[in-house]
Design a protein around this ligand. Structure first.
Ligand code: SAH
Length: 219
């Protein structure tokens, strides 16, 4: 069988059971989404056999596809419901956005590297994911054109809560973002209620820097 025809179904089931359920991911929509999205399609052909391992993997341009558990954890923390409009900052491989798109109504995802943005677009087309839109640009400024969003997930590390993202949340909207230094961060959920923002620290994480106007000035 050519490698591209392997569907890795049993690896995907094992990933969901061993890495997600066993560690406390409970949202059945998130678990179903991670059972459905073929993670191996989002990595280079030669790393496909490692796609379901319990780790992040390089995707080129110094960037990584996040560890499956972290994708599940962030998606669960964003409390996405069917019909929600979601914004993701840091498309990378496109995997995280694809997972969110299985639950949400519409997902917009922004990537600053045009090659990665283009590659993600091609993958979404190939998989027939139609409620996903890739935007190229500086996601630290959000995407005002489609605001407000029920949930915003940032998959790159910010020095503080990026203010434009807070402003692009619906009332009741959730922003999930790694905040800290360039080398280590705390995942934070910020929930908007009227003009108030309630901040909840979640877990320690390590992401590549969010490079932009409301992130770090350089990679
Ligand atoms: N969600 C991705 C993981 C992304 S890694 C996945 O599932 O594969 C972080 C990504 O954020 C990188 O691709 C990086 O280029 C991108 N990035 C960093 N700063 C950004 C910015 N200001 N706007 C958009 N993308 C950014």
């Amino acid at each position: 069988m050519p490698e591209s025809d392997i569907d890795y179904g049993s690896e995907r089931r094992a990933m969901v059971e061993d890495q997600l359920e066993r560690r406390g991911i409970q949202d059945s929509r998130v678990l179903d989404a991670m059972l459905t999205v073929p993670r191996h399609v989002f990595v280079a052909q030669h790393t496909q056999p490692a796609a379901y391992a319990d780790s992040a993997l390089p995707i080129g341009h110094g960037q990584t596809i996040s560890q499956p558990y972290i994708v599940a954890f962030m998606t669960e923390a964003a409390q996405i419901s069917p019909g929600d409009k979601v914004l993701e900052i840091g498309t990378g491989s496109g995997y995280g956005a694809a997972v969110a798109s299985q639950i949400a109504g519409e997902v917009f995802t922004i990537e600053r590297h045009s090659k990665l943005a283009q590659q993600a677009r091609e993958r979404f087309d190939e998989l027939g994911y139609e409620n996903l839109h890739v935007v190229e640009g500086d996601g630290s400024q959000g995407w005002p054109e489609e605001a407000p969003y029920d949930a915003i997930i940032v998959t790159a590390a910010a020095p503080e809560l990026p203010q434009p993202l807070v402003e692009q949340l619906t009332d009741g909207g959730r922003l999930v973002v790694p905040v800290g230094t360039r080398h280590s961060q705390k995942l934070v959920r910020a929930e908007r209620s009227g003009d108030q923002i309630q901040r909840t620290p979640l877990t320690a994480v390590r992401f590549v820097p969010l490079v932009g106007e409301h992130g770090w000035q350089r990679q």
